[in-house]
Design a protein around this ligand. Structure first.
Ligand SMILES: [Zn+2]
Length: 484
């Protein structure tokens, strides 16, 4: 082991021979070769200028541990070590700990450092595991994330001259965005290990119905390795038109829902596919995309062999075809595009009505007296109530229930109870009220209400009247109210 350690000490060191020396003012890398006279001083300058990990920064090496403490991920500052030794790193792998007299110095080789003249972190490889770890770490390193599209455009515009033609900027933008290549660490690992980048329990089928050109570029990234990936293939619609006669009864949607075209033959799938369509026109009836909407609906759900036959050589509009085949279209179990929505005019009216209702609901809570105050002459009241005819009213034992609650004396007086109760005086009800007899203050209130009522009668728009009459007992409030 001594020999091994000796050998490693020759390769790599963490001893600073100029521990007390200052950091050189002039960068040693700026020196011409002829300026370097003292070889030892040059080595010390290089170490103190660029071989010490003295500036930890959040963007580079600082991390936060579980207790919320900051630490340097390279574990600086490190402990002083008397003599070089090799130990188990805790995972069964050998780890070299070199003799160290400087808390911050990076491991290096003097010869290499003085030749290379830049910061290095040198580590001898002690096991095959370390070699593999090193390779895989760099092979799976993620690229820095590319800038957003708008940022790229902004940068290009900032660098361009006002008199430059617009085309130049657009070309640059195109070049930038085509050349951008974002690949995450996870994607890299998947590619290296040969595992697929995605997995799904269902097949997705995307029907691009934007155009009926007969051939499409075959896509890549399909789970079954397709040898003619990148070549042209029949468009989904043409493939449907060319289906064999035993699939005659399938609509375009049904066929792609249940079948898959493999090597030019339709194979039934074990599970239904998830069919997505590209181009989703607005379902607004008679709206600007109504013909397109009908077009896609008919293509998807009406069995056909070619467009000439379907449209009778383009003499029938898609909307007419849609109406003619409505039943057939609506029988297909899954409706990808949804049903059309009203017609354009009705739609807007409905929206306005909803808007009005919402506005009303936003008003503050209104008390009953507010409604009553606004009713004006001959109001019609909605008095409908099921009180007395509800099950609980009908099932109630009206005869025997009072007998259980009141004693016989009370029950005997039941007929005369109201008229004989001293607390309820009928005196005031019979009071004759003459508003001529009101005093000045009472008259003020009376006149105010009278003029308000007059305004209501002639249907002036008036705010509801709110009056509080406050006085001590016996000043004539009740008399005033009676008069009113
Ligand atoms: Zn650090």
């Amino acid at each position: 082991m001594n020999e091994v350690v000796q050998y490693l000490d020759n390769l790599v060191t963490t001893i600073n021979p100029g521990l007390d020396m200052p950091v050189p003012e002039r960068h040693p890398c700026q020196k011409q070769k002829s300026e370097i006279r003292d070889d030892q001083q040059d080595y010390i300058d290089l170490i103190n200028k660029l071989q010490r990990h003295t500036r930890c920064s959040p963007g580079y090496c600082l991390r936060i541990d579980k207790e919320g403490r900051q630490f340097c991920r390279f574990k600086y500052p490190k402990k002083i070590v008397e003599k070089t030794f090799v130990r188990d790193d805790g995972h069964g792998q050998p780890e070299l700990v070199t003799a160290r007299n400087d808390l911050y110095i990076n491991p290096h080789s003097r010869l290499q450092l003085q030749g290379w003249r830049a910061n290095v972190d040198l580590k001898p490889i002690l096991s095959i595991h370390a070699a593999l770890q090193y390779i895989s770490k760099y092979a799976s390193k993620a690229e820095p994330r590319s800038a957003a599209f708008s940022d790229i455009l902004n940068q290009i515009l900032n660098e361009s001259q006002p008199e430059d033609p617009l085309l130049t900027s657009v070309q640059k933008l195109l070049l930038h965005s085509v050349a951008e290549w974002d690949i995450s660490a996870q994607e890299t690992c998947h590619i290296l290990l040969g595992t697929p980048l995605y997995h799904s329990s269902r097949q997705f089928v995307i029907l691009n119905l934007s155009n009926e050109i007969p051939r499409w570029i075959r896509g890549t990234g399909e789970s079954e390795k397709s040898p003619d990936s990148g070549r042209t293939e029949k468009s989904p619609l043409v493939a449907y038109w060319d289906r064999p006669t035993e699939l005659e009864e399938f609509s375009l949607f049904q066929l792609y829902l249940t079948h898959r075209l493999v090597k030019n033959r339709w194979k039934e799938c074990q599970k239904e596919n998830i069919v997505r369509i590209f181009l989703r026109p607005s379902p607004l009836r008679e709206g600007p995309q109504w013909e397109d909407f009908c077009h896609i609906k008919v293509l998807l759900h009406v069995c056909h062999r070619d467009l000439q036959q379907l449209t009778e050589n383009e003499t029938i509009a898609w909307s007419t075809l849609y109406n003619n085949h409505l039943e057939e279209i609506n029988t297909d179990p899954i409706d990808l595009l949804g049903q059309p929505i009203g017609n354009a005019e009705n739609e807007i009216v409905v929206e306005e009505e909803e808007q009005l209702i919402e506005d009303d609901e936003e008003d503050e809570f209104r008390f009953d007296w507010m409604f009553l105050a606004e009713m004006g002459l001959n109001p019609s009241f909605n008095c409908s109530s099921d009180l007395g005819s509800r099950d609980m009213d009908r099932n109630h034992d009206w005869i025997n229930d009072p007998r259980q609650r009141y004693n016989d004396t009370d029950l005997r007086d039941i007929d005369t109870f109201i008229s004989s109760d001293s607390r309820i005086s009928t005196e005031e009800e019979n009071l004759t009220v003459d508003y001529q007899t009101l005093n000045d203050n009472q008259k003020k209130v009376f006149n105010r209400i009278e003029s308000h009522y007059h305004d209501v009668l002639v249907e002036h728009q008036v705010e509801p009247l709110r009056i509080i009459v406050m006085e001590t007992a016996g000043t004539g409030k009740t008399y005033l109210i009676e008069a009113i």
